[in-house]
Write a protein that binds this ligand. Structure first.
Ligand code: NI
Length: 169
């Protein structure tokens, strides 16, 4: 078990656009295992490689109550989105303590490789659909607070920087 250090907003590295994974090899297996450990330890429901400063298209998710249904998406891309959206309260391990509403598609279909490198299609709705969209944004260098108004975003940025200064003492 290995825990990876998280990047926290407004760290500029969170804006890095991730590259596709070239091969699902031992290095990626280790990354996925460490990301799962890190997500479960932090009690998160999703984690993108971007958040652990690895800029490759890897996502881990588990929205189950029992924390035993990991979804691993490597090189994910959306193949379908619903026409309907809804406002959902989101949080992020990289923006601790902040929750706010973001408009997301109600349902999505995503094509990706799984942890063993097999190609798979995932049809998602509800929390899983929201989580997939949130994590795929991370891979594009986008943090959910960037959907909020500039006023709110700046307030969050100041709060985060203050908390990080206090932690550093
Ligand atoms: Ni996040």
């Amino acid at each position: 078990m290995a825990l990876l250090p998280l990047l926290f907003f407004p760290d500029p590295r969170l804006h890095t656009v991730a590259k596709p994974v070239a091969a699902v090899d031992q290095r990626i297996h280790t990354l996925v295992a460490d990301m799962l450990d890190t997500m479960y330890e932090a009690k998160g429901i999703g984690l993108a490689a971007t958040q652990v400063d690895v800029h490759e298209r890897v996502i881990v998710i588990d929205v189950s109550e029992q924390r035993d249904q990991a979804v691993v998406l490597i090189n994910p891309h959306l193949v379908w989105t619903s026409t309907t959206t809804h406002l959902n309260e989101e949080g992020c391990l990289s923006v601790p303590g902040i929750y706010d509403g973001v408009e997301r598609f109600d349902a999505v279909t995503v094509s990706a490789l799984d942890a063993s490198g097999q190609s798979r299609v995932v049809q998602a709705e509800g929390l899983l659909a929201v989580c997939i969209q949130h994590e795929m944004d991370h891979l594009l260098g986008k943090v959910f607070v960037e959907y909020l108004s500039p006023l709110k975003r700046n307030r969050i940025k100041k709060k985060m920087l203050k908390a990080q200064r206090e932690d550093a003492r």
